[in-house]
Design a protein around this ligand. Structure first.
Ligand SMILES: CC(C)(COP(=O)(O)OP(=O)(O)OC[C@H]1O[C@@H](n2cnc3c(N)ncnc32)[C@H](O)[C@@H]1OP(=O)(O)O)[C@@H](O)C(=O)NCCC(=O)NCCS
Length: 181
């Protein structure tokens, strides 16, 4: 990753395959369409706010993921700022047309590295559904470790039923290198 500052100050994060930059209003329609696509909506429930992803006062920092300048997804992070428990959490989705090519791994690695190196976090968490094998695999490739299964952690989107979540965490020393590093 070649950039030393990051979103929040309007600059970009560059990975090996992707670039992350702050979400712009003109990204909203495409991001909402991607979020509603079947392979994403299975894991991301519909947004509650009609202005998502550009609503006022959100607690997450949202970044548009680009490949060769084309919008391919969204990554976001939030922070627990209580000094005793300070850490960050991340989440993402990518266009199903680009799944399985390493872009998710590159996105997560790029964002995690930014959170460690430039935002000063010492621990990053992520909490995919336990059944989301592609996501768990992707995060393990970055170096995340499985902390444990959170039983009946979240609703299956659009239903009253619950599903298990997988809490995973990453420390700076766990972060795996990108192939070209
Ligand atoms: C999860 C997600 C971000 C991963 O991005 P991606 O670009 O597809 O990820 P990568 O290509 O870097 O890695 C995916 C890995 O999972 C593997 N994989 C894919 N489907 C799998 C499955 N059903 N079981 C096990 N592994 C699987 C791939 O083979 C790859 O591993 P490999 O490189 O060892 O072969 C993307 O699939 C996505 O947006 N999914 C829909 C939304 C979502 O689930 N978001 C995460 C919510 S926590």
């Amino acid at each position: 990753m070649g950039t030393t500052t990051g979103p929040g100050d309007g600059t970009e994060l560059r990975g090996r395959l992707v670039t992350l930059r702050p979400v712009r209003p003109e990204d909203a329609v495409a991001l909402r369409e991607l979020r509603a696509s079947a392979k994403v909506a299975r894991w991301w429930d519909p947004p509650e706010d009609p202005d998502w992803p550009c609503e006022e006062g959100g607690s997450s920092t949202r970044l548009t993921v680009l490949e060769d300048g084309a919008l391919v997804g969204l990554a976001q992070w939030w922070a627990e700022e209580a000094p005793q428990y300070r850490h960050a959490g991340i989440d993402l989705f990518l266009d199903p047309r680009v799944h399985g090519r390493g872009l998710g791994t590159d996105t997560v690695r790029t964002l995690a590295r930014h959170l460690f190196e430039h935002v000063g976090h010492h621990r990053v968490v992520i909490d995919p559904a336990a059944a989301n094998a592609a996501a768990v695999r992707c995060y393990e490739k970055v170096g995340f470790r499985r902390v444990g299964v959170m039983r009946r952690y979240e609703r299956n989107p659009g239903t009253d039923s619950w599903r298990d979540g997988m809490l995973m965490d990453l420390l700076p020393e766990d972060l795996t290198a990108a192939p070209d590093d």
